[in-house]
Design a protein around this ligand. Structure first.
Ligand code: FCB
Length: 466
């Protein structure tokens, strides 16, 4: 089972989760509010990339684990700490970070917005108003001008759907609002900002490759025979999984409540498709949750999977579902009609690394099946390189690292999974014995909702790229 030549192998990180010392954004403010973050943890130290320049040692480890690429994000609030003011130290820092990757022969993939916002932008309404569009465009242009000799591979915005849902529907992230209309406005502004940024990046760097990172979950009705469960699943599937992707395809966000928004500038603004895929979910109809489109996500189960481990070790937020991963890749392949796909995140919070080895091997085997069936997948970035600040879960509850981190001493210890991925990356293949050792027999499963809606995703409008 070989992967294509030139396949990118690596891990992903985000600025606020690894750098530490990010005191100028909305997340830092959120962390100061009692009860928002588990255990009262903060991101102050994180993985000491900023103060201790620990990224060098982490990239050494990544290189020794056969990574040939790394995805990271740059922090807007560092680069532009006050509106229109550019910080030379921050730019120099990111030049050192990207330079460190290049010295190690690793391809950088840079995300320009990964959840956190400068405090000054929040004061102006952040993503709730159109005022963000020229501001984001100016930041992105500046970043590409400053860093473009070191990187030409960009993600504009990470997971607009997760941001809108968690910050504006369930209110768990800053600004902690619960407002369906506002969530929609945020999504629309993110789509438009992506489109604007796409063109700005190409103006600054003609050969750039630019995309967005989708978060997609395969969804299943809790009871496939219940019309209400099927309705709730389809509704969530449309709004959570499809809305942004379709807007970039059709040039409009199609929405009830008279909120339809035309975004013609968003058509043809993806040189590649980024996919963050973790789990699938089962959705049950729930009249008490209108803001969540009458859908309730059932507690996870290791559905279709023969692991017999206690669940406390990983605090997953969904069902382990390599088949859903395969189906999602095939869905994206049809949607993108040949555009390269990169898995920009995939992983599991498993401090004791009990489930991760099987998760890794079976998901990569699913990826390989998608390749065999024609999906143009060009790379895989595991979330994450090293245990880091996992948003409201803080430092301890969800440890996603291939490499364990003792936050008190900043001591790194690669987990068994890190060596497993290293072995696969070196061979650019999954050896049969790994499948035998870690794989499991997938039982027959229902088809997730979106995989049935083929007509909604096939499009000839997308450019074919190499
Ligand atoms: C994704 C985020 C990433 C990390 C993982 C676990 O949704 O993009 O920052 O929190 O989940």
């Amino acid at each position: 089972m070989k992967f294509p030549d030139g396949f990118l192998w690596g891990a992903a990180t985000a600025a606020h989760q690894v750098e530490g010392g990010n005191f100028n954004n909305d997340w830092w403010d959120w962390e100061q509010i009692p009860g928002k973050i588990k255990n009262g943890d903060t991101s102050a130290g994180a993985c000491a990339w900023w103060k201790g320049e620990r990224y060098r040692a982490d990239f050494d480890l990544a290189r020794s684990l056969n990574h040939n690429a790394h995805r990271l994000s740059i922090e807007w609030s560092r680069i532009e700490p006050r509106e229109g003011e550019w910080n030379a130290d921050a730019i120099a820092f990111y030049r050192r970070v990207l330079g460190a990757l290049r010295e190690r022969g690793m391809t950088p993939l840079v995300t320009l917005h990964h959840f956190s916002n400068p405090r000054w932008l929040v004061a102006e309404g952040a993503w709730e108003t159109e005022a963000v569009l020229p501001l984001f465009e100016r930041f992105v242009t500046r970043a590409v001008q400053e860093l473009g000799d070191l990187c030409d591979f960009w993600i504009t915005i990470n997971e607009p759907n997760v941001y809108a849902f968690t910050a504006y529907i369930n209110g768990l992230w800053p600004p902690g609002k619960k407002d369906f209309r506002l969530a929609f406005r945020v999504l629309a502004n993110m789509v438009r900002a992506h489109a604007t940024a796409y063109h700005a990046i190409h103006r600054a760097q003609a050969h750039a490759r630019v995309g967005i990172a989708y978060h997609i979950r395969a969804l299943y009705p809790a009871n496939p025979r219940s019309a209400l469960d099927r309705f709730a699943t389809r509704a969530r599937d449309y709004f959570f999984n499809h809305l942004v992707a379709r807007a970039l395809q059709k040039g409009k966000l199609i929405f009830p409540l008279g909120l339809n928004t035309r975004v013609p500038e968003a058509i043809n603004t993806q040189d590649f498709l980024g996919l963050n895929y973790y789990f699938s979910s089962r959705i049950a109809f729930d009249l008490a949750r209108p803001a969540e489109l009458f859908g309730r996500q059932l507690p996870h189960q290791l559905w279709g999977v023969s692991f017999e481990k206690d669940l406390e070790s990983w605090f997953g937020t969904g069902d382990i579902d390599p088949q859903g991963f395969y189906g999602t890749l095939m869905w994206l392949a049809r949607y993108g009609n040949g555009i390269p796909i990169y898995v920009t995140e995939n992983g599991i919070g498993d401090a004791r690394d009990e489930i991760r080895p099987s998760y890794l091997v079976t998901y990569l085997a699913a990826l390989q099946r998608a390749l065999r069936d024609g999906a143009n997948v060009r790379g895989y970035f595991h979330w994450s390189l090293v245990d880091n600040f996992e948003w409201i879960e803080g430092l301890n509850f969800l440890r996603f690292g291939l490499i364990a981190n003792d936050f008190a001493t900043q001591t790194r210890t690669p987990r068994a999974s890190a060596h497993l991925l290293a072995q696969i990356a070196r061979a650019n293949a999954i050896a049969d014995e790994l499948i035998e050792k870690y794989g499991y027999k997938d039982r027959s499963r229902p088809t997730p909702t979106h995989h049935r809606n083929r007509q909604t995703i096939a499009s000839k409008k997308f450019r074919r790229r190499g």
